[in-house]
Design a protein around this ligand. Structure first.
Ligand SMILES: NC(=O)c1ccc[n+]([C@@H]2O[C@H](COP(=O)([O-])OP(=O)(O)OC[C@H]3O[C@@H](n4cnc5c(N)ncnc54)[C@H](OP(=O)(O)O)[C@@H]3O)[C@@H](O)[C@H]2O)c1
Length: 284
């Protein structure tokens, strides 16, 4: 198959490019410098010329706190931009795989969120991601898969494990929030799932996230323990670490779609594979 990947220089985008190529697909990788998805005309031109079978949209405004002060900018990319990609993909006969987020939920549940659960974002970023889902549904009816994932970490991006490893090397003690629970997801694992979904093409929303769940504090402890660094990780509450954007207190994702949703490895396994992947990347 011929893939087009937007946002191809991002953390997930780079892993999707690699996963699609390793599965033997032809890939046109479009980083932001080559395609700005907020320009409808540019997206139409690029996808019209690409003759893709599948377009995987990894492009997004991902600065969650920054979206609070720049909601229009976040919406232009995560909302209208997602619609531009889906519209042009459908017009060219391609299937859209669009990446969305656990932050479309308000976090008030205490059991895993499934695809049919009621959405209710509590941040500007979450609202922009939900707008993107609506745009994709409207612009590519019958020709899209929306993949909600969560707490991404990967070898090609600034991410939580990278930050924790840096801070743990500098400090004796770290405070990490213990009252937000989710599913850390290794982008290397998610990327392979996205490539599989390009073949199976389930219509609509599918939840794909790392197995198991934990708080940021538990995640940080595992990262520091695995690195063998002597740094004490201590739990704290979200109220003790205020941030501009509200985060859902609980955003564990599971799927009710059975075999249609690829199951990913447990997050601890993701962490092990992340460490190995970062070593490989640092060699290049
Ligand atoms: N990170 C997470 O924890 C998380 C959790 C759930 C879902 N997601 C979703 O997963 C997807 C991938 O995110 P990621 O973590 O890989 O983020 P990322 O590393 O920030 O990648 C996003 C990419 O999109 C590019 N981009 C931004 N605006 C664009 C535009 N107007 N046109 C084209 N490209 C543009 C960015 O380029 P610049 O860097 O040059 O701006 C960046 O390369 C996103 O849809 C995100 O919402 C992420």
């Amino acid at each position: 198959m011929r893939f087009v990947i937007t946002g191809a220089a991002g953390m997930l985008g780079q892993d999707v490019v690699a996963a699609a190529r390793s599965a033997g697909h032809e890939v046109l990788a479009l980083p932001r410098a080559e395609l700005d998805i907020s320009s409808r005309a540019a997206v139409e031109d690029a996808l019209g010329a690409a003759r893709a079978d599948v377009v995987v949209n990894c492009a997004a405004w991902t600065n969650v706190d920054g979206a609070e002060t720049s909601p229009e900018d976040a919406l232009a990319i995560n909302g209208a931009g997602a619609g531009n990609v889906a519209h042009a993909a459908a017009a060219s006969g391609a299937w859209t795989i669009h990446v969305s987020s656990d932050y479309v939920f308000d976090g008030s549940k205490r059991s895993p969120y499934v695809e049919s659960d009621v959405v209710g974002p509590v941040s500007s970023y979450g609202r922009s991601k939900l707008a993107g889902e609506r745009e994709v549904e409207a612009e590519a009816p019958g020709r899209h898969t929306i993949v909600r994932s969560s707490w991404l970490f990967g070898a090609f991006g600034p991410c939580f494990p990278a930050t924790i490893l840096r801070l743990a090397a500098e400090r004796d003690e770290l405070m990490v929030v213990d009252d937000q629970v989710g599913c850390p997801t290794f982008t290397g694992h998610l990327a392979h799932a996205l490539v599989k979904l390009a073949t199976s093409r389930p219509l609509g929303v599918v939840h794909v996230a790392g197995g198991g769940d934990c708080s940021w504090y538990e995640f940080a402890r595992e990262i520091v323990a695995g690195a063998g660094v002597s740094c004490e990780v201590r739990p704290c509450s979200t109220a003790e670490m205020p941030r501009p954007a509200r985060r859902p207190a609980y955003s564990v994702l599971r799927s009710e779609r059975g075999d249609e949703a690829p199951a990913l490895a447990e997050w601890r396994e993701g962490l092990v594979d992340y460490v190995a992947a970062t070593r490989e990347v640092s060699k290049t």
